[in-house]
Design a protein around this ligand. Structure first.
Ligand code: RNT
Ligand code: ZN
Length: 418
């Protein structure tokens, strides 16, 4: 059978359970997924020489890391050419691009420092998401930013947040697509604090001060991302799950952002998605792969990744959930890492959309749990691979088994020469 015959055969099998594969492909092509710039250079950015801080870490020193904006864009361009589906660019403030000899601190950043990124996004038809950078900076005082007891420190980081709101609005206006602006800090303590509420009250007031910057709620979607702990911040984080969720719930227009590496290991974000959808008009996700801790491994097509996608799809929430990738592996070819993670999430979405979701819900509601188990198990072996190959073909990107050759060539011709 050639690929076309295989697709036709798969299409007929899916049609028999009520799933229209052509419609699924057409829909998946239009779903934006935010692609993070920071996989390309191990979360380094361009505005500092110091180490990565804030309780997050990259491990490995695979050769060929992008060291300049040009290299990062070139690598991302390569990765994009190997990914099916619609992308949105996800930037951190630390990726500001300055003129030769220019330096502007984070509290004074302006839209013009991101003009080259806007150009890049437009070239690739992407919207842009944004993140103020509350780490890897000498004004992080004793590990704290927005929750610091030091007023100067807080003020600096509040100004950074406000600058980022202005930049986010600029992105939205330039691209015509709303900008999701995510606030995450690594603020916390390595060991048992004596005051757990004080830092949270200061954190709350600081985020409120940032959000007091005027902005159009249709253009900028501020989020708060929680975290259970970080490296060196094991005992306490100011931005805990309860803190950020309560903040978002009580501040109109602010979204909760769940990163699936940021919970206790037996908690699953797939179960949290439908819980939040009962209350929030919109939510945001960071999709990653934690191994034993928030290790930010490359996203794979694994069980929990599939479950998260299913919860978005079967609750009809594709237009209510902002999906962003957040992983960084420095131990393997970074362009390949980017590509595998993006393709894996695309596969998870495709898989979810190829499920007979209405029928499965009906079986549950009629308490036909035996049949539900049987059908859920059988759905796993449906010929999704043939639909995936067709999807890649329609998107004009190489299929599985083909794209890695391009990575090898790129490594030889570009990365190895750096
Ligand atoms: C850290 C958070 C945060 C970062 C990025 C770089 O644990 O997940 O989202 O990964 O902002
Ligand atoms: Zn995250």
């Amino acid at each position: 059978m050639n690929q076309n015959e295989r697709y036709e055969s798969a299409k007929a099998q899916y049609a028999a359970i009520g799933v229209d594969t052509d419609a699924v492909i057409a829909k998946l092509k239009e779903l934006p997924v935010a692609l993070h710039c920071w996989q390309g250079d191990d979360v380094t950015g361009f505005d500092h020489d110091g180490p990565l801080t804030g309780g997050i870490q990259t491990t490995g020193n695979y050769p060929g890391k992008a060291g300049t904006p040009q290299e990062l864009m070139q690598d991302m361009e390569k990765a994009i050419s190997l990914m099916p589906g619609k992308k949105k660019l996800n930037l951190h403030a630390s990726y500001a691009i300055f003129e030769e000899g220019e330096f502007v601190d984070r509290d004074k950043l302006e839209p013009k420092h991101f003009a080259k990124w806007v150009e890049f996004a437009k070239k690739h038809n992407m919207g842009i998401d944004f993140n103020p950078t509350y780490f890897s900076h000498d004004k992080v005082k004793d590990g704290l930013t927005l929750s610091s007891p030091d007023e100067e420190t807080r003020k600096f980081w509040i100004e950074h947040g406000k600058a980022c709101i202005r930049i986010s609005e600029y992105f939205a206006k330039e691209t015509g697509i709303p900008c999701v602006m995510n606030i995450w800090t690594g603020d916390g303590y390595k060991d048992i604090p004596a005051d757990r509420m004080g830092p949270r009250m200061r954190y709350k007031e600081s985020i409120e001060a940032i959000l007091s910057e005027p902005f159009d709620k249709n253009l900028v979607k501020p989020c708060v991302e929680s975290k259970v702990f970080g490296i060196g911040v094991e005992a306490y984080t100011a931005g805990s799950a309860e803190f950020t969720l309560s903040f978002a719930a009580t501040h109109e227009g602010c979204l909760p952002l769940m990163d699936n590496g940021h919970y206790h290991p037996t908690e699953v974000v797939s179960d949290k998605i439908p819980a939040l959808l009962c209350f929030f008009p919109e939510i945001a996700l960071h999709i990653t792969r934690p191994i034993r801790w928030d290790s930010d491994h490359v996203v794979l097509y694994d069980d929990e990744t599939r479950e998260m996608a299913k919860e978005i799809v079967r609750n009809d929430a594709l237009d209510r959930v902002y999906m962003a990738l957040d992983y960084f592996d420095a131990s393997i070819n970074r362009v390949s890492a980017w590509t595998v993670g993006f393709r894996s999430w695309q596969k998870a979405l495709l898989n979810a959309m190829l499920h007979p979701n209405a029928l499965l819900k009906q079986l549950q509601d009629e308490n036909r749990m035996t049949e539900l188990m049987v059908l859920q198990e059988e759905a796993k072996l449906f010929p999704m691979g043939d639909v995936w190959t067709e999807y890649c073909r329609q998107c004009g990107v190489p299929a599985d088994g083909e794209w890695f050759r391009e990575i090898e060539t790129y490594e030889k011709e570009v990365l190895a020469k750096r």
